[in-house]
Ligand binder design. Structure first.
Ligand code: UDX
Length: 438
């Protein structure tokens, strides 16, 4: 199979590289010359465990190509994936589809022979119809089919998610295209990953419904955590207790500072807008969005309370800034709201993140960045664990305590057993865990 991937961003790059690793001949197209050049050298612009090695191996194997020449890459392809960005449109929260439609026009001009055009980007229901209309308008003679094939990759675990998915969703109304998609995913299919075929609009909605449901599940346990704190219960055990019911499941029930990242915030908003536009509002998700927004700032209030009601001129040490571990992605990270709210209250913020600091530096003025957890803890009035990087899971509490002005740990990810931290002489505040006096 000759596969062309339009957009060498996160989704395009991971998918393209994994397809090449499965033996397909893959060309990734991007319009940023410098990005293409560094990808050719095996240098990747994002942090994703295992990705750089896989790029290099497949470059060596000759199955993975990078180019800015879209027309050349499309003309010989059996399948063209559109994996360009669909950011939230400024002002109205709708997904911005201009890059998708521009790609559709460019593809139309260049394709020869039967070509399957696949929307991999997360796109609202009906986008596939519009892509089809654009291609037909541009090239009335073309032989093609438009298919929806959403991605379900988690940052930090994207390669494993690609290679061992729970399912592969394919929205296709064309038998020839379905056959081609079966061939594209044959290596995975042989790995027993189920291919789920449905119509295109259903497939587009599955992506949004899936992400919205997960965002709602997280938000549910976050609100449950607040209640736990009030009534003296332990949210970790509530999650475990309900998660053992197979109808509920134990995943995405980890209470924390609210969800962030490139998908959940954007996709929940876009679903809310689509539903409102069709006069069928999804109030559960409207509420999820609102509750999650409020939660990030509420985490700052938790830190302020842990500092005795004021953080003015206090030194606050933040561990982790990215929206989750194993990524350098700062998009909609809870840390952004937390830092802003603490600074508004007069705090001095010191922070450390294993991978996110380069990006964070541009987004967080007046934050002092340190070299590790211990250096930022020096003289701090409180240590706040924001992102659960492995590097923060086994901190030497004995070493930390004498460094700090006040031994207070606010653990927004419930990484530490409260009793153990208290045994080391710390005041401990977790999320949704009954307060036991130290
Ligand atoms: C998500 C989806 O999981 C993936 O299928 C989709 O295609 C893209 O969006 P991603 O954004 O990479 O992936 O991260 P994910 O691991 O889902 O976490 C999203 C956010 O939810 C993070 O901020 C994370 O900290 C938070 N989260 C997740 C929780 O607070 N609790 C949980 O139990 C799980």
């Amino acid at each position: 199979m000759r596969i062309t991937m339009i957009g060498a961003g996160y989704v395009g790059l991971v998918s393209g590289v994994c397809f090449a690793d499965f033996g397909h001949d893959v060309t990734c197209v991007d319009n940023i010359e410098s990005k293409v050049e560094s990808l050719r050298q095996g240098v990747i612009p994002i942090f994703e465990p295992g990705l750089e090695d896989l790029v290099r191996a497949n470059r060596k194997g000759g199955r993975l190509h990078f180019t800015t020449d879209l027309a050349g890459a499309v003309s010989n392809a059996d399948v063209v994936f559109i994996a360009v960005g669909t950011p939230s449109r400024r002002g109205d929260g709708h997904a911005d589809l201009s890059y998708v439609y521009a790609a559709a026009r460019d593809i139309a001009k260049a394709m020869t022979g039967f070509t399957v055009v696949v929307t991999k980007s997360t796109v609202p229901v009906g986008t596939g119809d519009e892509v089809e209309r654009i291609i037909r308008e541009e090239r009335p003679d073309a032989d093609f089919a438009v298919v929806s094939n959403p991605e379900f990759l988690r940052e930090g675990a994207a390669i494993a998610d690609f290679k061992r998915p729970d399912r592969i969703v394919i929205g296709s109304q064309d038998e020839r295209a379905s056959e081609v998609m079966r061939e594209v995913y044959r290596p995975l299919y042989l790995n027993a990953a189920p291919l789920f075929f449905c119509d295109r609009r259903t497939s587009e909605l599955i992506k949004y419904a899936g992400n919205a449901f997960l965002a709602m599940k997280i938000t549910f346990i976050n609100e449950m955590a607040d209640l736990c704190e009030k009534v003296g219960a332990d949210v970790q055990k509530v999650a475990k207790g309900i998660g053992m019911d197979k109808r509920i499941g134990d995943k995405f029930l980890h209470a924390g500072p609210g969800y962030g990242g490139s998908c959940f915030p954007k996709d929940t908003m876009a679903l809310v807008k689509t539903a409102q536009d069709h006069d069928s509002p999804i109030r559960l998700i409207e509420t999820t969005v609102a509750v999650n927004d409020t939660r990030k700032r509420a985490m700052a209030r938790k830190v302020i309370a842990a500092c005795g009601g004021s953080v003015r001129d206090k030194k606050i040490a933040l561990l982790g800034l990215t929206f989750k571990p194993n990524t350098d992605d700062m998009r909609d990270a809870p840390s952004l709201s937390i830092v802003q709210a603490l600074q508004d209250n007069g705090a001095n913020i010191h922070a450390y993140d294993p991978e996110g600091m380069d990006v964070a530096k541009d987004m967080m003025p007046d934050v002092t960045f340190g070299a590790d957890a211990y250096s930022i803890a020096e003289g701090a009035d409180v240590l706040v664990l924001v992102t659960e990087w492995d590097a923060f899971r086994a901190l030497d509490l004995r070493r930390l305590k004498p460094l700090m002005a006040q031994p207070v740990l606010v653990d927004l990810r419930n990484v530490y057993p409260p009793d153990e931290v208290r045994r080391h002489g710390f005041v401990y505040h977790g999320i949704g865990r009954r307060e036991i006096s130290a």
